[in-house]
Write a protein that binds this ligand. Structure first.
Ligand SMILES: *Cc1c(COP(=O)(O)O)cnc(C)c1O
Length: 331
C-alpha cells in the first residue's frame, strides 16, 4: 500500500520530524567524560515534566512496565500490602506484576469506564488502623478505557485517612499529555515511558521518586538488580559528593574502584574511604563505620616515610646575604 502509515495507536505515538532528524547521529561512548553532561541535564529537565522540585528522576532502558517494576521493588518488601483499584487492562497488569513480586494486593474492582474511587480508598485506609497498607497504586489515565482518575481527590482521601501509605501513579499515558503535578498531589512514585505523551521512540522507562519513596528504599527487601535505584556509586555521588569508579566487565556490579593517581595524599584517600563507607551503609551494606578508615590509617602510618628533619630556621633579615645555590652556576 503506497503512502504513509497513519499511526493512531495510543503508543508509540508519532514522533515529530525534528526529533527523528536529531536522532540520526553516530553512537556515543557512554563512558566518555561528555556523557554525564547529557544525562545530568536530562534528569534535571525531567523534573519539570513531572512538576517536582524535591523528587529524583531515574531513566531506565526499559518501557513503562519496567518503570512500574522499578517503583515497586525499590520501595516494598515481599508480603507488603498495597491497595489498587482495577478499572482496565493496565491497572490489571500492574496488579499482576505486584502479585508476582510477592506483594499482597487489596484490589478494589471498579466498573471499566470509571476512575479511582476516592471515597472507597479513604474508607479502606481509615479502617487500616495498623497502617499495614504500604502503598496505593493508581493508574492516572487508564488507556484501556480512556478514563482519567482524579489524583488530587485520591491524595485528599489519603490525607483525610491520615494514612502514611505511599502514592504510586502510572502516568504512562498521562504525563506529558494531561496535567500532572507530582509535588502538589504528593505523588511518591510517578512512572511513565518515552513513547506516549513524550512523543519519543519506545525504550525509556522514566520514574520519579519523592524523598519519602527514597527513604522507603532503605527498608525495601524486594530483590532488585537491573532496576535498583542505588548502587553504592550513585549514592556516593549524589549524597556525599564522592565520585567512585565502577567495576568493569567481569567485576561489574561487584566492586567499585577508588582512583588514586594524581595530586593527592593519604589523608585525602582516607576521606574517600570514609565516603565509600557512608554510601555503602546508605544502601544497606553492613559495614562497621570506620572499619575501612581505621585499617587504612594504620597501614598508612606503618608505611609512612621516616619523620623528615625539622626545616632550618629562616635567616633573619639582618644576617649577611647568602647567595642561594641556584645562582652559583659555574661558568
Ligand atoms: C502503555 C501503558 C503502559 C505500558 O507501558 P509500556 O511502555 O508499553 O510498558 C502502562 N500503563 C499505561 C496507562 C499505559 O498506557
Amino acid at each position: 500500500m503506497p503512502g504513509r502509515n497513519f499511526l493512531f495507536v495510543p503508543g508509540p505515538t508519532n514522533v515529530p520530524e525534528r526529533i527523528l532528524r536529531a536522532m540520526d547521529r553516530a553512537m556515543e561512548d557512554h563512558r566518555s567524560s561528555a556523557f554525564p553532561t547529557l544525562t545530568a541535564a536530562l534528569l534535571r529537565d525531567l523534573k519539570k515534566v513531572f512538576r517536582t522540585t524535591t523528587g529524583q528522576a531515574f531513566i531506565f532502558p526499559a518501557t513503562g512496565t519496567g518503570g512500574w517494576e522499578a517503583a515497586l521493588v525499590n520501595t516494598l518488601s515481599p508480603g507488603d500490602r498495597v491497595l489498587a483499584p482495577r478499572y482496565g487492562q493496565f491497572s490489571h497488569l500492574w496488579i499482576d506484576l505486584a502479585q508476582r513480586h510477592g506483594l499482597r494486593v487489596d484490589i478494589i474492582d471498579v466498573e471499566w469506564g470509571e476512575g479511582a474511587p476516592a471515597e472507597r480508598i479513604e474508607e479502606i485506609l481509615t479502617a487500616d488502623t495498623q497502617h499495614e497498607i504500604r502503598g496505593v497504586l493508581v493508574v492516572h489515565n487508564e488507556t484501556a478505557t480512556g478514563v482519567t482518575s482524579d489524583l488530587a481527590a485520591v491524595r485528599a482521601a489519603m490525607d483525610a485517612a491520615r494514612h502514611p501509605a505511599l502514592l504510586y501513579v502510572d502516568g504512562v499515558s498521562s504525563i506529558g499529555s494531561l496535567e500532572f503535578r507530582m509535588d502538589e498531589w504528593k505523588v511518591d512514585l510517578a512512572i511513565t515511558g518515552s513513547q506516549k505523551g513524550l512523543m519519543l521512540p519506545a525504550g525509556l522507562g522514566l520514574v520519579c521518586a519523592s524523598p519519602q519513596a527514597l527513604a522507603a528504599r532503605e527498608r525495601a527487601k524486594c530483590p532488585r538488580v537491573f532496576f535498583d535505584f542505588g548502587a553504592v556509586i550513585d549514592v556516593a555521588f549524589r549524597r556525599h559528593n564522592l565520585a567512585l569508579g565502577a567495576g568493569l566487565a567481569r567485576l561489574a556490579g561487584k566492586l567499585f574502584r577508588i582512583g588514586h593517581l594524581g595530586d593527592l595524599n593519604e589523608l585525602m584517600l582516607l576521606g574517600a574511604i570514609a565516603g565509600a563507607e557512608m554510601a555503602m551503609r546508605d544502601v544497606g551494606i553492613k559495614v562497621t563505620p570506620g572499619a575501612g578508615v581505621a585499617a587504612a590509617a594504620e597501614h598508612y602510618r606503618g608505611t609512612a616515610a621516616p619523620l623528615p628533619p625539622r626545616p632550618a630556621a629562616a635567616p633573619s633579615p639582618d644576617a649577611p646575604h647568602q647567595p642561594s645555590p641556584r645562582v652559583m652556576v659555574e661558568r
